[in-house]
Design a protein around this ligand. Structure first.
Ligand SMILES: [Zn+2]
Length: 458
């Protein structure tokens, strides 16, 4: 029988360390693939609690795999993320105070890493006290924000021996999820033309070609792929208007609820780019980054997480926490009323708006995810999310998630039948489909010189 008090007291014993790491990671926001300090802090946390840690797992320098327990029961994987986002630095104050030029935790991965890692530590501690066979495996997953790290780890077989996977993320609601999110594909295109004085009209213009190609594809997208969404940035597009850039780099990303139709849209994008570049005589090179499915729902796994969450209860915000978040909301979204989900629900309908690099993983190992709520007036991937993630008023959400994941991990260790039910559901949903990852194109550069990737010279 599961001993809930043992699991909860084990979690309480590491709670202080989890909270200290929320702040520690927030203060060292690191770009995807460059999370050396964040990975080291979490690996040290695990080693302090008796986990054996392998660093640089799967050829990914800032990844790690930490294990504790015995191998003759279920193996419970718990995912830790810890990368930050470009240009989203902000002080932990309820107003805009940042340069917009440095990384910041605008997606709250400073919470996910410590919350999920702490959950794993607490679960292993409780399992030892309860003499439960099985293993807790905490996987340090870098570079989620460019949707790459877990795909590379999956390709390297890092998830292959796991029986079930648990994870969490900040969002706008509290609850376990069993519903799909978006598939995505991401690629960089290099347009190569002539460098010359911009007044000369006869040369091959890489920038105009790239702009024209993107505009042409958006017409095709609207007409032929209305369910696919497109985002792009120009990574390099010259230094001054008087000099036409020889090289222009365009980073594009497509989203759709399904991988297949999305890849068709991606093929159309490449065809349009090739046609436009061919017409202007500009060189074109595709530098593929990554692609991934959306989540495969798993009600059996999600329901366990939901039940554990109901034992823990919703986030316990103080009046001061709410007041701080209200002040931040007034600065970030002045025209909107303050709204914060203070309950718990199970989310098994609809499709989530984001893409995740553990999408493919959820098709080979049952994956259950838990969300915690921020106010709807604090936009994700925004300076306000960075501000809130650095302030103690945001802690009750990820603490709730951490404790619930610890309890769920202990539940799965003590009830292998629940793990088997989740695996059976996965097999039924996948059917005959062979699940393979689309091989990412940046494994080598991210392993050898991630700075070159970020400086757009890979
Ligand atoms: Zn995120």
């Amino acid at each position: 029988m599961l001993d809930i008090p043992v699991a909860r007291s084990a979690w309480q014993s590491v709670r202080g360390e989890i909270e200290a790491l929320f702040a520690a990671l927030w203060h060292v926001p690191e770009m995807p693939g460059l999370e050396y300090q964040s990975a080291a802090l979490l690996a040290a946390f695990l080693e302090r609690h008796g986990f054996s840690v392998t660093r640089g797992s799967g050829g990914v320098p800032t990844a790690f795999v930490a294990r504790k327990g015995s191998g003759d029961g279920p193996r419970i994987g718990i995912l830790a993320e810890y990368d930050a986002l470009a240009g989203l630095d902000n002080d932990a104050v309820p107003y805009r105070s940042g340069s917009g030029r440095k990384p910041g935790h605008g997606c709250g991965h400073n919470h996910i890493g410590p919350a999920n890692t702490g959950a794993g530590i607490a679960a292993a501690l409780a399992a030892a006290r309860l003499e439960l066979p099985g293993e807790i495996v905490v996987i340090g997953c870098p570079a989620e924000e460019i949707c790459w790290g877990k795909i590379a780890l999956q390709q390297a077989g890092i998830f292959d021996d796991l029986d079930i996977i648990l994870t969490s993320h900040g969002d706008y609601q509290n609850g376990a999820l069993s519903r799909p999110c978006h598939a995505f594909v991401s690629s960089e295109f290099i347009f190569r033309g002539d460098s010359a004085h911009a007044g000369m009209g006869t040369v091959r213009d890489a920038l105009k070609t790239a702009e024209e190609a993107m505009a042409a594809f958006n017409v095709v997208l609207t007409e032929r792929f209305p369910d696919t969404s497109e985002k792009h940035i120009f990574r390099s597009a010259g230094v001054m208007p008087g000099v036409m850039p020889e090289e222009v780099r365009l980073w594009t990303s497509l989203h759709h609820s399904d991988l297949g139709p999305m890849m068709q849209a991606y093929q159309a994008l490449k065809a349009v780019f090739t046609e436009v570049a061919g017409r202007t005589g500009v060189g074109l090179e595709e530098k593929f980054i990554s692609a991934c499915r959306g989540y495969l729902p798993n009600h059996a796994a999600g329901r366990v997480l939901d039940e554990c969450l109901r034992v823990i209860g919703p986030p316990r915000w103080s009046e001061a926490d709410i007041a701080w978040m209200q002040a931040l909301s007034a600065a970030a979204s002045p025209s909107k009323p303050f709204e914060l989900d203070r309950g718990i629900k199970f989310f098994d309908k609809g499709t989530d708006y984001y893409g995740q690099d553990d999408g493919d993983v959820s098709w080979i190992v049952p994956l259950a995810r838990l969300n915690w709520a921020y106010p709807t007036t604090v936009p994700i991937h925004h300076w306000a999310w960075t501000a809130l993630s650095g302030h103690v008023s945001s802690s009750p959400g990820p603490l709730m998630a951490s404790e619930a994941i610890a309890l769920a991990a202990v539940t799965f260790l003590s009830r292998p039948d629940l793990v088997k039910a989740a695996q059976a559901e996965l097999r039924e949903r996948v059917g005959d489909e062979i699940i393979t990852v689309v091989p990412p194109g940046i494994n080598e550069i991210m392993a050898e010189d991630p700075t070159a990737f970020w400086e757009a010279r890979w």
